[in-house]
Design a protein around this ligand. Sequence first.
Ligand code: AFP
Length: 330
Amino acid sequence: MKRITLTQYLIEQQRLGGNVTPELRLLIEVVARACKAISHAVNKGALADMLGTAGSENVQGEAQKKLDIISNDILIEANEWGGHLAAMVSEEMEHPHLMPEHYPSGAYLLLIDPLDGSSNIDVNVSIGTIFSVLPCPAGTDPVGERSFLQPGSNQVAAGFAVYGPATMLVLTVGNGTVAFTLDREVGSFILTEPAVSISADTAEFAINMSNSRNWTAPIARYIDECLAGKTGVRGKDFNMRWVASMVADVYRIISRGGIFMYPADSKYKEGRLRLMYEANPMAFVIEQAGGAATDGARRILDIEPSALHQRVGVVLGSRNEVEQVRQYHL
Ligand code: AFP
């Protein structure tokens, strides 16, 4: 198989004249290099003093794991000097992180969930990094929270890394979705899926069933019909998966189809997942792979954000199933 590296893929996308500029190419390469460093740290497990909690809380009021903070620091340090970023937003930081004065400010905004699935770190289940890239609106000086409050349809790139049996990087720059596998021997991300395509139909759903008493009627109806299987209106049996790492569940869906659901409910009234650096990047990746992504009723990428860390319901994956759920919300 001809080995195409991430750099070669980005150079070829740049030549096509789409979203990829030299600065965006640098941004994506820097984020990918940071993901390699995070993968290395994660893979040390208990051999390095990086497991467990850091004794602090993030803006969400959630206990931070040591690796949450380490990953956030790696991504900040990697992106500050390049001159491609105006500012960064992270799940682990309340306010936007501006570039230090002594570095040039760039044309892009980076939004990250540095280590998604933190509750799985200490039990050795796959976790990952999610990133979203927005253009920095012209004339915004100084760059601030409002600069980031753009709908997901404005993204110029998005993707995620999965630190699993293999370290994978899934990416879209608006010209389809591709996947790279980290070749640890040479330290390169090698293109292993040049055209990710999600099946329109599926018989596999992913949801945290322990929330079922809190679901709205449309969600409860959809899941009940899946559980009824061939004895019910769907006429086929369904399987269920729930990793509790969005990156792992989404990677499975881009690999073999499926529907992922974390709906707003009576417990998580706004939803549990964050719009700007979880739902939006995943929605961009999924749509570019032929899937669909809503909050149950509305297209995720059309949602006009009102706050950096706002939460949203998420239903994404095989487009015919996402549409079935949307129909039940009409
Ligand atoms: P953590 O990063 O706090 O573990 O949350 C992971 C996550 O944001 C997403 O990756 C999972 O799909 C979802 O939360 C898991 O939520 P439950 O723990 O309620 O299943």
